[in-house]
Design a protein around this ligand. Structure first.
Ligand code: FES
Ligand code: FES
Length: 175
């Protein structure tokens, strides 16, 4: 019984401290820490784009089906439209803006340009974040593997053959 009371008090206290209004948060994105106020219901995607002005990450469907919003949290791919910003406190978020080394583009960014792996470019940041991760994961062994592990990233321009060519090139260069 004592335990139940103590849990209820903790939950009440946390609810009061973290919303429903704007709550203070410290988010680490691309190596920089941002102190912001954000409502607990707000997604990482909206926080990146609207609070931090990091608009490289795109909003396609806003419901987890297109992959346009793909970023990394602690090096793992996540859909930022389905991730709450407050859940990322204490973790490292990486967006497409964090891939280049100064003016030097990441090899995957260069490969996408070389292989003409985008048309309108709207899906491209998410495609590149997934592509780099899947090569690092060792899931780019065959074209079938690449298609499977990139299947969460939809391209309405159907640049898929060129995207696979770019991924193959980076895979082979890092093998
Ligand atoms: S915007 Fe997140 S999956 Fe489409
Ligand atoms: S390049 Fe247009 S949606 Fe992929």
């Amino acid at each position: 019984m004592d335990l139940e009371i103590s849990v209820a008090v903790t939950a009440d206290t946390r609810a009061e401290a973290r919303g429903p209004g704007s709550a203070p948060a410290a988010l680490t994105v691309n190596g920089a820490t941002y102190l912001i106020g954000v409502e607990p219901r707000v997604s990482l995607l909206d926080t990146l784009r609207e609070h931090l002005d990091l608009t490289g990450t795109k909003k396609g469907c806003d419901q987890g089906t297109c992959g346009a919003c793909t970023v990394w949290v602690d090096g793992r791919r996540v859909l930022s439209c389905l991730t709450l910003a407050l859940a990322c406190e204490g973790h490292d978020v990486t967006t497409i803006e964090g891939l280049a080394d100064g003016e030097e583009l990441h090899p995957m960014q260069k490969a996408f340009i070389k292989h003409d792996a985008f048309q309108c470019g709207y899906c491209t940041p998410g495609q590149i974040m997934s592509a780099v991760a899947l090569v690092a994961e060792g899931n780019a062994g065959t074209d079938a593997d690449i298609a499977e592990y990139m299947s969460g990233n939809i391209c309405r321009c159907a640049a898929y053959p060129n995207i696979r060519a770019a991924i193959r090139e980076v895979r082979d260069a890092t093998a």
